[in-house]
Ligand binder design. Structure first.
Ligand code: UD1
Length: 422
């Protein structure tokens, strides 16, 4: 049966909330365990739906795992399949990461064209073009991307756009390819750097992580390792906004890497929110007078993250004046606005820009999560809205937020998971 969240808003929240390990770092890390057979120990792995889905695929391929609290031990010694089934891959776009991992180790792979959030076209042409530059033969057969090659040879690959998962796939292949792989216009997201650090720990020779150009000297063999997943910067950003939304909130956020959130934190300062550093990776959020409007333009890291724009939109409904949010990465990432407007937000969209004329009084209503981050934005909106908000389609939120209801309830929020009878 489908579940929904029922939220009663306007309750001041107090206490501590801890950021989990990053979903988008854990997913490529789990895939990378295919590159060298053996036992890996991964700490701070979030228990979210996407992680469970990727583990199902790993199990299908022949891996064995134990996952207790946030500790994942995974053994890839008996992996003997190089083909990912559609039923499992269609749940999530990140299944495209198996393309690089399986090609790297087997030189052959079959991965379905990915599913995932309904946030636009999201093609995979950079992945395919990049892989073909290693000398791989790539075809599309019955909805699957099929890769075949005798040898993988490094090359200079120029990405048209610094795609996160394309860079990750190419790094995985490059680590086991012959000679040097150079990835130009590479993604610089902390999750990409994390995967690069993991591959280096496994024995790969990689330079330029976090820069425009990544240099990889391929190795014949890599080794299994132990690693801790970095904190989730999008969950952290969500909690920063949560804390700022109500003047009476007193929230301390733990395990937050401020250095991964420089642009969003600068925006918060413009809006009138400051962070008091209480300890290493521990902050308290404070509001300085009335909230001011701002302009946000999404861009690849270190620009403003597309994943945080729906969350900031909720905060900007409370600012005094007109704010603009321009979404440059995914054409369908404004679907949540129709839902926020059902709560009275009155946001207008002109081409790629959302125009928010605050402050707006939000009233509780039934709304539907249209993607993962949209869902989180609606939860936040429900927490400051008058009366009750019901959020449907919460399985999308569970894809990427670990124990969200428990974490919010611990702060005093009135949020319940209810089975949907409809
Ligand atoms: C990753 C994240 C996702 C996040 C996004 C942007 C994971 C598992 N997912 O997604 O949560 O929202 O980065 O930070 O880490 N593009 C192409 N062709 C391609 C690949 C991408 O045109 O082959 C375009 C996309 O349509 C988009 C842009 O490039 O406009 C960036 O997408 P990309 O960085 O690839 O996002 P993902 O890696 O899918």
């Amino acid at each position: 049966m489908e579940k929904k969240y029922v939220i009663r808003g306007k309750i001041p929240l107090k206490g501590k909330i801890e950021v989990s390990g990053a979903k988008n770092a854990a997913l490529p890390a789990i895939c990378a365990t295919l590159l060298a057979p053996g036992t890996y120990k991964l700490k701070k792995v979030p228990k979210v739906r996407d992680v469970f889905n990727i583990l199902k695929i790993m199990e299908h391929l022949g891996a064995k795992y134990k996952f207790k609290n946030d500790y994942l031990e995974i053994n890839t010694s008996n992996v003997n399949l190089n083909s990912v089934p559609y039923e499992l891959a269609s749940q999530m776009r990140a299944s495209i990461l198996f393309l690089g991992a399986l090609t790297g180790i087997f030189k052959e792979a079959q991965v379905p064209l990915p599913g995932g959030c309904a946030i636009g076209k999201r093609p995979v042409d950079f992945h395919i073009k990049g892989l073909s530059q290693f000398g791989a033969e790539i075809s599309l057969e019955k909805g699957n991307i099929v890769v075949k090659t005798k040898a993988l040879k490094g090359d200079i690959i120029v990405l048209d756009f610094p795609s996160v998962t394309a860079t990750e796939n190419l790094m995985m292949v490059g680590s086991l390819a012959e000679g040097e792989t150079i990835i130009k216009n590479a993604a610089k997201e902390p999750e990409v750097v994390f995967l690069g650090e993991m591959l280096k720990k496994m024995g790969a020779d990689i330079k330029g992580l976090g820069e425009d150009t990544i240099y990889i000297k391929g190795k014949k063999k890599l080794e299994p390792i132990e690693i801790e997943v970095i904190p989730d910067r999008i969950e952290a950003g969500t909690f920063l906004i949560l804390a700022a939304l109500n003047e009476e909130n007193e929230i301390i956020i733990k395990n937050i890497k401020k250095s991964h959130l420089e642009t969003p934190i600068l925006k918060l300062q413009e809006i009138g929110i400051i962070l008091e550093e209480l300890d290493k990776d521990v902050v308290k959020v404070k509001r300085e007078g009335e909230l001011k409007p701002t302009k946000i333009v999404t861009a690849p890291y270190p620009g403003f993250p597309t994943d945080l724009q729906p969350i900031f939109a909720v905060l900007l409904t409370q600012a005094n004046g007109i704010s603009f949010i321009t979404e440059n990465l995914f054409e369908n990432r404004f679907l949540y606005i129709f839902e926020l407007n059902r709560m009275g937000a009155g946001i207008k969209v002109e081409d790629k820009t959302a125009i928010i004329n605050g402050p707006i009084f939000l009233s509780g209503s039934p709304v539907k999560a249209t993607d993962l981050r949209a869902g989180a934005a609606l939860v936040l909106a429900g927490l400051i809205a008058e009366n009750t908000t019901t959020v449907y389609n919460i399985k999308l939120i569970e894809r990427g937020y670990e124990n969200l209801v428990e974490k919010l309830s611990a702060l005093g929020a009135d949020i319940k998971v209810v089975e949907d009878e409809s």
